[in-house]
Design a protein around this ligand. Structure first.
Ligand code: ATP
Ligand code: MG
Length: 366
């Protein structure tokens, strides 16, 4: 799949942009703060992913009330015109070939991207939340049902947290506690089921990538860490449900006393080991970078196996950070799909890579 053209109006620092892309390699270069990442962000947005902005209004140009994105996308042997209209103070409107879409998951169902950016280096080093975000974002793009369950789980979690926080002042709140716990366990079982299957696929594709990447010198292992009582996260959901309920029951008193939600997959983690020791604790900077990139390239392969097409790969500011051998490795590995690569003005990359080169300056391309 690929994006052939992109138009932006009042998106971030682009007043207006019309760009036609190369089906293979697009290099976007320019000084700092000119709009390179913004351009990648626009492409990612049309694939249903918002990695930088918490709210759509951040994407709308300062001093303006609306932003428009339009992408000409080719996927599943068909052309799609994907559109997003963002408004300050009103709901966004998403369309595919003129037909309104219900949510960003429907964009992901048509067009998929995998983004790798400098912040992803924290994927390995940071706490479990960063790795859950990674899992959630990837699985949401592949499975609409997961996205729905995740949204539901977050809502239930917020409710339950409020009950646990306020129950001593308002004991009547406790009447609803068991109901929320039950629904969280039901929805949690769905999350665990999908996460377990996705991690199983990561376990197949990521270690060989990492091994190639490190010249066969390092072994990477992935492990799903979820609620203790869940003996087999890949088991049918009803088995997971009963194990989650058992865990909740044993933590009920502790939750009431600590006023925290202690039981459930909102604490899940994806453990990454290098040569048998925790990467989070022991990996060097180079190893961290390699492992994070392997995870992302692994996602790209899973997307490919799932849909039969390569998702668009967005590499923001990362290639120039790698040594020559690793750059070469990435470039060989990504052959086949469309890729966008940003780099800085004085980089040698644009010459090395070929493809189409865009020079970004103050929200315009030349
Ligand atoms: P770097 O090389 O430092 O990563 P970049 O070219 O990737 O730079 P971007 O992150 O794309 O830079 O940002 C370009 C500019 O867009 C920034 O100066 C930022 O202030 C501006 N910007 C961000 N959001 C908005 C917005 N909503 N309206 C107007 N300008 C914005
Ligand atoms: Mg940038």
């Amino acid at each position: 799949m690929r994006i052939d053209g992109l138009s932006l109006d009042f998106f971030r620092n682009y007043v207006h942009l019309d760009a036609a892309f190369d089906p293979n390699i697009n290099v976007i270069y320019g000084d700092n703060a000119q709009g390179k990442t913004n351009l990648l962000e626009a492409v990612a947005y049309l694939s249903g992913v918002s990695h930088r902005a918490r709210y759509d209004r951040e994407l709308i140009q300062f001093g303006v009330d609306h932003a428009f994105l339009k992408g000409h996308v080719f996927a599943r042997e068909r052309d799609f015109l994907l559109e997003a209209e963002l408004h300050r103070g009103a709901r966004r409107v998403l369309r595919s070939n003129g037909v309104k879409l219900k949510n960003s998951g429907e964009l992901s169902g048509i067009f998929q991207s995998v983004l790798f950016c400098p912040e992803d280096l924290y994927l390995i080093r940071e706490g479990a939340a960063a790795r859950r975000r990674f899992l959630d974002s990837a699985i949401c793009q592949l499975r609409p049902r997961y996205a729905m369950a995740l949204a539901e789980y977050k809502k239930l979690y917020e409710h339950k947290i409020r009950i646990l926080r306020d129950w001593t002042e308002k004991p009547s709140l406790l009447d609803a506690l068991d109901e929320f716990s039950l629904r969280m366990a039901q929805t949690g079982a769905v999350l665990i089921h999908y996460r377990a299957h996705f991690i199983r696929r990561l376990q197949e594709v990521v270690p060989p990538i990492h091994s190639d990447f490190s010249g066969g010198r390092e072994r990477l292992d992935l492990r799903y860490e979820t609620v203790k009582t869940v003996t087999d996260p890949e088991a049918p959901m009803r088995d997971i449900l009963s194990q989650l309920l058992e865990h909740q029951e044993s933590h009920r008193q502790a939750e009431l006393e600590s006023r925290q939600c202690l039981s459930g997959p909102h604490k899940d983690d994806l453990a990454v080991d290098l040569d048998g020791v925790s990467a989070k604790t022991y990996a060097s900077q180079g190893q961290t970078r390699t492992a994070a990139l392997s995870l992302k390239l692994g996602c790209r392969e899973i997307f490919f196996h799932d849909t039969g097409e390569w998702p668009v790969l967005l590499l923001d500011d990362v290639l120039s950070e790698l040594d020559h051998r690793r750059q070469e490795f990435v470039l060989n590995r990504i052959a086949g799909g469309q890729v966008f690569i940003t780099c800085c003005e004085d980089d040698r990359l644009p010459v090395l890579l070929g493809g189409k080169v865009f020079h970004v300056k103050q929200g315009a391309i030349g």
